[in-house]
Design a protein around this ligand. Structure first.
Ligand code: NAD
Length: 287
């Protein structure tokens, strides 16, 4: 039976450390501040934003929300971002996706100050990650959380074969870059991959971020592999499941993340960590 990778317990540890760093910063007169821009009233985004705000407050950060109506124009959204860019009490800006269709999200991401880009989506930060630039810059929070989990559980990365199911810019591509930078051999697969199971069976580390319940069954997993399930799927009866058939795969895998309680809590913990990073870096820059 596989070892459970307990994202909830690890997130607690990470958050405890983040809290200590916040206390130290506060002693120096800096309170880390995160701002979320939420456009419209998508219920999932509301829930998500509320849980991030709750966590930020519980750790002692400043957290503000710019709640804008669904009818917000591009010019109004630009103004909201520019306002936060120039607010010295805000170190991290997060624009909650999805934005309503009439808004140009690429233009908005490009407008966020790269030094406040807590999601790591700004092209400057993405470029640094892809070029394996050494130094301080934010990276996407879900991949960051996955890397923290892999390191914490001493999963070897160098020379390992990693297969990622899904091609998203939010999760899969930045994770690929982080893993390549650690000398792993990484294959990205998607909906049109020929014989997906043949690929996934080659993986020492299998990461699944497709958004398809039970996509990966035991026969698609190499015995002893580490399986990271990023998927969050709500079934008709309200239960939340991942993309991996947990019950069968746990009998084959060496380690496995549960859903819920795996990647999810680590994403929020990484967001909090990264907000504090940005506050620390800005305190260094500003002396
Ligand atoms: P996405 O939803 O943007 O895209 C899904 C990707 O999966 C696509 O690239 C597609 O090619 C691939 N795909 C879909 N069906 C497939 C199939 N049958 N076989 C192979 N590939 C297939 O991706 P995303 O934003 O990375 O989200 C993926 C899942 O992860 C969703 O369930 C999302 O809710 C979840 N998610 C979880 C967290 C977290 O913190 N746990 C964070 C982000 C996303």
């Amino acid at each position: 039976m596989a070892t459970l990778i307990d994202g909830r317990a690890l997130a607690k540890e990470v958050n405890a450390h983040t809290k200590q760093r916040i206390e130290k910063l506060k002693e120096k007169g800096v309170t880390p501040g995160i701002a979320t821009i939420l456009v419209g009233d998508d219920p999932a985004s509301q829930i998500y934003t509320r849980s991030k705000e709750k966590k930020a407050h519980s750790l002692g950060m400043k957290s503000v929300r710019e709640q804008l109506p669904a009818s917000t124009t591009q010019a109004e959204l630009v103004q909201a971002v520019e306002h936060l860019n120039s607010d010295p009490s805000i170190h991290a800006i997060l624009v909650q996706e999805p934005l309503p269709n009439h808004l140009d999200d690429t233009a908005i991401v490009n407008l966020i100050d790269p030094l406040k880009d807590v999601d790591g989506f700004h092209p400057i930060n993405v470029g640094k990650l892809y070029n394996n630039v050494q130094g301080n810059y934010p990276v996407a929070c879900t991949p960051r959380g996955i890397m923290t989990m892999l390191r914490h559980y001493h999963v070897p990365l160098a020379s390992q074969d990693v297969v990622i199911v899904g091609r998203s810019t939010l999760v899969s591509r930045p994770l690929q870059a982080l893993l390549i930078n650690e000398d792993a051999t990484v294959t990205i697969t998607g909906r049109r991959t020929k014989d997906l199971a043949k690929r996934t069976r080659e993986a020492d580390i299998l990461v699944v971020a497709a958004g398809v319940p039970n996509l990966i069954k035991a026969d698609a997993v190499k015995p002893g592999a580490t399986v990271i399930d990023v998927g969050i799927n709500r079934l008709d009866d309200g239960t939340i499941v991942g993309d991996v058939d947990f019950e069968s795969v746990k009998e084959v895998a060496g380690m496995i993340t549960p859903v819920p309680g795996g990647v999810g809590p680590m994403t929020i913990a990484s967001l909090m960590e990264q907000t504090v990073d940005l506050a620390e870096w800005s305190a260094e820059i500003n002396g």
